[in-house]
Structures are given as structure tokens and as C-alpha cells.
Ligand binder design. Sequence first.
Ligand code: 3HC
Length: 293
Amino acid sequence: MNPQPSIDAVHDVLVVGSGAMGTQIGAVFALAGYPVTTSDLDPAALERSRDEVHRRLDRLAEKGRRSREEVDAALARMAYTTDSLEAASTTDFVLEAAVERLDIKRQLFADLDEAAPEHAILATNSSTIPSSLLMDATGRGDRVCNMHFFNPALVMACVEVVRNPLTSDATVETTLELARRLGKQPVRLNQEVPGFVANRLLGALRDEALRLEADGVAGFEDIDVAARTALGHPMGPFELMDLVGIDVSYLIRLSEHEQSGDPADLPHPSVQKLYEQGRYGRKTGRGWYEYAG
Ligand code: 3HC
């Protein structure tokens, strides 16, 4: 019998990958009291990640959302390393938020499986790669699942917990409870489906918005106004694409098409055009919209 995870055994957390998601997810764990190590192969990316965390958490203190003491304690709980496997050797929970490439994730999961203690859960933040494609790279498929955060992770309450066919109940319950202890509202998925739940909902809205724009029915700004003012969404589908990244939206769509083979899943031509022009959204200063500074 494999050692089963339990929430009481989760003390130290490792976040692999220091991109936009990994950076904020690390901060979420630290604010909830967990010592967290963020790892990345690229020291410059780690440096940027550390600066971003300081900036975000300082703002929380300045705005009075958290006390200065809480923020300082969270910052003191955060460590950074280029050696994810060494960090994995003493961790109780791994959240992988590395690049969305199956070959890279499979190698990473195989290595993490070797390095991490037996009781540790290996979770992936991926929204497109279900953990059933990673479980057999490890010898602990029962302790592997998706734990999917939303962008920006410091703000968004939703976390999807998705089991693969081998995931044990103890792994699911531990991950759900961990999400609650982070102050999030977990959504339990009983099976893997492409896009999980929230992105499926968002995808339907995005596809309809892209169709309306391409047909010339309304401009993208007006479609965003409709989503905000008629549906009460905090931002419209075009603003959201710019926030998430046109590159991310494009690559997610390609991966969905690869999995389904359905031409309807290919990236929309207008998104492809922006992608080819390098207009990735907020991160490049231009996507659907233009951003100052
Ligand atoms: N990082 C951290 N905090 C941020 C932030 C960011 N990038 N952007 C805004 N915030 C914080 C602000 O500091 C502010 O905090 P405060 O309430 O303490 O002052 C709060 O969020 C509200 O910000 P603003 O007043 O500037 O603007 P909004 O009210 O428009 O909120 C938003 C910004 C939270 C991003 C909101 O527009 C929103 O919820 N948008 C929808 C986001 C969404 O749908 N995300 C899902 C994306 S899909 C995904 O992640 C799936 C993945 O698989 C790709």
C-alpha cells in the first residue's frame, strides 16, 4: 500500500516554474502560511518573479488588505532556487506550473517522482494537459492530479481539482482542503474533460465573441462592454485574452485541436494574426488593445 497523503502532512510546498502563474501561486501559498520554494531553470526569471511578488505583496500592505507583519512573514517564507529536484527532496506538495509542453512535463514528473518523499502529491497547474498524461511517467499515479489556478492567482478564488483514473480519494481530498486553506473555492471535477469546467464556459463565450467581431456585427470594444454591463463579467472576452496572453490563448487552442482533431478547435484566424504579429496582449503592450507604458 502506498503512503497516502493527508492535509496534516502538508507543511512545505514547491512551485515549479516562475512565470506569471507560478509567481502568484507561490505568493498565495506563502500568504496562507506555507513555506514555499519557487524553482526555475532560469535565474533571471526567478529574479523577476521575486521582484513581482515583492511588488504585489507590498501593494496588499499599502492598501491595508493585509498587515505589514503578515506580508513580511509571507515574504520570509518564500525561497527561490534553480535546483527543483533538491527542493523536491524535502517537500510535501509539488505544484508544477512550468511550460505547457507534454514532453517537458513528463520528464519533470519522472524526475520529481524520484526526488520527492513518498507521501508528496505531485500536482500540475496545467489547464490543457490532464494528469492522466503524466501519471505513468511516475510511480505514484495515485498521488498525481491537476490543481488548476486562474489568472491572476492572487485574486481569483476558483481552483479546479481534477482527478485522473488512478488518483486516490486521499489525494483529491487533501488537494481540495489545501485549496480551502489557501482561501480559495475549489471545484471538484470527477473526470478529465478538455478545458475542465471554467475554461469550457469561457471558451464558449470567447468563440462567440470572436465570431461576432469577425462578422463585423460589433467592434471588440463594444462586445467587451456587453459582457461587462449585460452579463456582469469583470472583463470582456477580448480584455481577458489580453490579460491571459494571446500567445497562451493561441497555444491552448492548438493543443485542444491536437487532442480533439476537430477543426472547430483550431485558433480563430484573428487570434492567429495577433499571435503572428507578436501582439501577445498586456505583456507586450499590445494585443486587441494598446497599453500605455
Ligand atoms: N495580479 C494581482 N492582483 C491584481 C492583478 C494582477 N494581475 N490585477 C488586478 N489585481 C488586483 C488589484 O490590485 C485590485 O486589488 P484590490 O481590490 O485589493 O485593490 C483588484 O485585483 C481589482 O483590480 P482593479 O480594480 O485594478 O481591476 P478589476 O476590478 O477589473 O479587477 C481583475 C481586475 C481581478 C483581473 C478582474 O478584472 C477579473 O476578475 N477579471 C477576470 C479574470 C479572469 O476571468 N480570469 C480567468 C482567466 S482564464 C485562466 O486563468 C485559465 C488559464 O488556464 C489560462
